[in-house]
Design a protein around this ligand. Structure first.
Ligand code: KIV
Ligand code: ZN
Length: 514
């Protein structure tokens, strides 16, 4: 363990990350991610925005009831009803934090809030005092700090520290700042605010110019001791600073940083895969740290160098961030306890015996079709099995397609719809189009298909295909995923997964506009 200063990692995948269009998650999915974050030793988990909807409230409460090692945080505007909701949702938490915010940039104060700077200071101080009635751990954010007047920031931040704020988070809400400028702002605030030693300075950077990680690191070099970030850089618009990049930059460059996180970095890749499969946002292959090519060496010169001495072309070890050799791990004859134990090593634990039994049945099915089962196959399999929890409205029973050169593809689909078996046929431009047409004629969702993508989970023509679809239902984006060795079946599963989410009550997904 290093003797460096602690750098607090505040993960906001479940709050800002969920604000990515299409990334909404249900309470059970949020809980799975929260457990993975806790296992990775994230210090603070921002679990949601309790006032946003009953669904958000319940998921923050569920995370607060479950997570014991990390601080659980809830977001609240600087309004009494928001702070009440956050306080109530966090009541069961072993350690709960309320994060309250109000905008401080001239454009936001004038055009959005229609409040004077004096009124904003007054409201911020009140909000912190209200929040302190629920917990001693109160974070305050001056929204759009990156475009706020530094003198005004000094004034409001000094006042909220006096009112009891223990963390001051400086957001670059619209991702406008450059690293040297943002670092200087943080250094300046710490130096100029007379009571700055009474609070931890935090940063929250958006990635509109691709600078979220650079800005966060520059802030850390200038005294910030908390970074707000998300798994895979998920978040509003272009996203937030990516947790894996911030953590590994600080860990790898200990020659430059006088602080370090306490994260178990071997959990990074499993966590990234979990978030990707739950949200349906694939990770680009060339993404730093967690992309599938992040440790792949294509050129002969590089391969030769790495074979002679790994450090010639690698600054991190793949195993330190949780990449395991994607080796053949199991086969047809492997038993239930081998499946359970291998998945435990990969960071996945079954909640109930039924879940294990269900996954084992799918595993046997897969092993019949595919000789060699890899780690990634197992992860896809459990993600698929938790997608069909048994209480969903729609379930695929069977698919039959007929696709022939020169002929129009035809599909027949049998599905359970609200407990009743129904079937329909359709033709289409291709087999997937025909299957989606048949499903749609049974479900009549009228959702628009916004995105369709297929990835191969492992290599070879017998690999499982992982299909992601995004549906647009009345302006709300919903993703779905499905995997199978047959990509037409994987497509049907992903479409039905998304339709089940479309049919969840709207209040479980809605977010107010900030
Ligand atoms: O980007 C932002 O300003 C936020 C605040 C609520 C911290 O997400
Ligand atoms: Zn944000």
């Amino acid at each position: 363990m290093s003797s460096a200063d602690p750098l607090i990692i505040f993960d906001t995948t479940l709050r800002d990350g969920e604000q990515s269009p299409g990334a909404s998650m249900n309470a059970e999915e949020k809980l799975r991610i929260a457990r993975a974050l806790e296992k990775m030793k994230v210090d603070v988990i921002e679990a949601g925005f309790p006032i946003a909807s009953p669904g958000d409230f319940e998921s923050v409460k569920a995370v607060a009831e479950t997570v014991k090692e990390s601080v659980v945080c809830g977001l609240a505007r600087a309004l009494p009803k928001d702070i009440e909701a956050a306080g109530a949702a966090l009541k069961p938490a072993a350690r709960g934090r309320i994060h309250t915010f109000i905008a401080t940039s001239p454009i936001h104060m004038e055009k959005k809030l229609r409040m004077s700077p004096d009124q904003v200071v007054e409201q911020a101080v009140q909000a912190v005092k209200w929040a302190r009635q629920h917990t001693d751990d109160v974070e305050f954010s001056p929204e759009d700090a990156g475009r706020s007047e530094p003198d005004f920031l000094c004034r409001i931040l000094e006042a909220v520290i006096d009112a009891g704020a223990t963390t001051l988070n400086i957001p670059d809400t619209v991702g406008y700042n450059l690293p040297h400028q943002f670092g200087a702002l943080i250094g300046d605030l710490i130096e100029r605010i007379p009571n700055s030693d009474k609070a931890i300075f935090s940063v929250h950077c958006h990635n509109d110019l691709g600078l979220a990680v650079g800005n966060s690191l520059s802030a850390v070099l200038n005294g910030a001791r908390q970074v707000e970030c998300t798994i895979n850089g998920l978040g509003e618009r272009a996203g937030n600073a990516s947790l894996e990049e911030v953590v590994m930059a600080v860990r790898t460059r200990q020659d430059l940083f006088s602080c370090d996180t306490r994260l178990d970095t071997t959990q990074i890749v499993p966590c990234s895969k979990l978030v990707s499969s739950i949200t349906g946002f694939p990770v680009q292959p060339n993404k730093a740290v967690v992309g599938s090519n992040a440790f792949a060496h294509e050129s002969g010169i590089h391969q030769d160098g790495v074979l002679k001495q790994r450090e010639t072309y690698e600054i991190m070890r793949a195993e330190d961030v949780g990449w395991t050799a994607n080796k053949m791990v199991m086969g047809k004859h492997s038993g239930r306890s081998a499946l359970k134990s291998r998945l435990h090593d990969l960071g996945f634990d079954f909640e109930t015996q039924e879940e294990l039994n269900d996954a084992f049945a799918r595993f046997k099915d897969l092993a019949d079709k595919k000789h060699e089962i890899y780690d990634d196959d197992l992860l896809a399999l459990v993600n698929d099995s938790t997608q069909s929890a048994g209480d969903e409205r729609y379930r695929l029973v069977s698919v039959k397609v007929c696709s022939e050169t020169g002929e129009t593809p035809q599909a027949e689909v049998v599905m359970m719809v609200d407990g009743e078996e129904k079937s329909a046929g359709a033709s289409g431009a291709g087999p997937v189009d025909a299957v989606f047409g048949a499903i749609e004629s049974l479900v009549q969702s009228q959702a628009k298909l916004d995105l369709y993508s297929v990835n191969s989970i492992t290599e070879g023509t017998d690999a499982q295909g992982e299909v992601t679809v995004r549906l647009d239902k009345d302006g709300v984006m919903i993703n779905g995923q499905g995997s199978d060795t047959d990509i037409v079946i994987a497509s049907a599963k992903s479409y039905i997964h998304a339709l089940n989410r479309v049919s969840e009550p709207l209040e479980q997904r809605a977010h107010p506009q900030l």
